[in-house]
Design a protein around this ligand. Structure first.
Ligand SMILES: Cc1cc2nc3c(=O)[nH]c(=O)nc-3n(C[C@H](O)[C@H](O)[C@H](O)COP(=O)(O)OP(=O)(O)OC[C@H]3O[C@@H](n4cnc5c(N)ncnc54)[C@H](O)[C@@H]3O)c2cc1C
Length: 381
């Protein structure tokens, strides 16, 4: 279990209220926004209910190119060039045109954080209101905060929006995994109704730890029993649980003066439930818009509108993936197997996975800024 480092009781003193940028949420999306603002000179405050990296939010598998593009290789645990897909009627091995890597959540968050020069405080965001004088006010358990530029990177709850989601009646998938010790050389998924009628099971090894889970596209289907079943089938104990809701539909990326990035904007890809690189990708895009405002190149309203337009321009890709997410579970098991075997021809794998990567390509990240400590040293020299 992660060690709790979050401030409690008397340590939770009120926060100073005004900043240039307020980023709510310090996971993939929020930290990517903060990284993009490094060196801008703005007073950036990042808040999260937990310390940075304290609560792992996923199986932490990502195309390796994203780790290199952001200078986060130090957090890598295990690299895979093949995806193994099991169905009740056979197994396919897809040799991928790019590799996937599992990483350590805390280490990745800390490395990303080192690249920013923002300040961090733990605080629980409780909601927002509009104030004629100070604009948007974000209510937290450590007081009210305001800033001309506010980002909601708080995950699927979209706390700063007026239209929240209530599972299970929302376009959300459900994911649960266990983290036993152990190992394997394969990145594996199971498309098998024994584990889930619509969705998939997975095993993501991470050098000494195996992240075994089940995701259901239908939020009403519980996956605890079948997560245990999959772990037992793999001869691993079901220990160290971690689960969450996963959005599978895009939502407005700008609303009522607030920028939304990552799961809060539904930026997680349908079908695969891959949401880390998209959270990084849209977090970077959001950070670039904020930077344009800070540097006087855009008004806040222009930045909100351009960012929303950028996010919307990906809508058709998300829609297509959602269609496939809905189609595959409806096929009989033998037809699923046939489809997987057909896509398994190397040219089709290269084509489909190449396009898949291009939805949020690592080149978008650009060059990694020097870690903040290095920047301070070079400034002092
Ligand atoms: C079981 C499971 C496995 C997954 N595996 C993968 C995978 O291997 N690869 C992949 O690409 N995607 C995976 N995903 C999806 C991925 O985890 C998400 O898409 C991704 O975490 C989204 O990043 P984010 O920064 O938008 O939000 P989150 O990672 O959810 O971060 C939200 C942050 O906001 C904070 N927060 C929330 N509410 C409040 C509040 N009220 N006040 C203050 N702080 C708050 C949280 O503490 C957290 O730090 C998985 C999801 C699940 C559930």
């Amino acid at each position: 279990m992660p060690v709790r480092r979050t401030k409690r009781g008397e340590e939770r003193t009120p926060l100073s209220s005004e900043h240039d940028v307020l980023i709510c949420g310090a996971s993939f999306a929020g930290l990517a926004v903060a990284r993009e603002l490094a060196g801008s000179g703005a007073d950036v405050l990042v808040i999260d209910r937990y310390e940075i990296g304290e609560r792992q939010t996923s199986a932490c598998g990502i195309p390796t190119g994203w780790l290199s593009a952001l200078g986060l290789e130090g957090s890598a645990r295990q690299e895979f060039d093949t995806l193994v897909i099991h169905t009740p009627h056979g197994t396919s091995r897809y040799r991928l045109p790019f590799t996937f890597t599992t990483f350590d959540y805390r280490e990745l968050c800390e490395l990303l954080w080192e690249q920013s020069d923002a300040r961090f405080e733990t605080a629980k965001v409780e909601g927002r209101s509009a104030d004629a004088e100070s604009g948007i006010v974000v209510h937290t358990d450590r007081g009210d905060l305001t800033a001309p530029l506010i980002v909601d990177a708080l995950g699927w709850r979209r706390v700063l929006a007026s239209n929240g989601y209530q599972p299970p009646d929302a376009p959300l998938s459900r994911g649960l995994e266990v983290h036993p010790d152990g190992g394997s050389n394969d990145l594996e998924i199971w498309i098998d109704r024994r584990y889930v009628p619509a969705g998939y099971g997975w095993s993501f090894p991470a050098r000494g730890e195996q992240r075994i889970g089940v995701g259901s596209f239908d939020p009403r289907i519980h996956v605890k029993e079948t997560t245990v079943l999959l772990a037992e089938d793999l001869d691993r104990p079901p220990v160290r649980y971690q689960g969450n809701w996963i959005p599978h539909k895009l939502r407005g990326a700008a609303e009522d003066g607030v920028f939304f990035a990552g799961d809060s904007a539904g930026h997680c890809l349908p079908l695969t439930a891959e949401g880390i690189r998209t959270a990084l990708y849209f977090g970077i895009a959001c950070g670039r818009q904020l930077r344009a405002v800070i540097e006087g190149r855009k008004t806040r309203e222009q930045a909100l509108s351009d960012y929303a337009e950028f996010s919307d321009s990906h809508e058709w890709k998300f829609r297509w993936m959602l269609r496939v997410q809905k189609l595959v579970p409806r096929l009989p098991a033998r037809a699923q197997r046939l489809l997987i075997a057909t896509v398994g021809r190397q040219r089709l794998i290269d084509w489909s996975f190449g396009h898949y990567l291009k939805i949020a390509p690592p080149e978008f990240a650009g060059a990694a800024p020097a870690p903040s400590r290095e920047r301070e040293l070079s400034a002092a020299a």
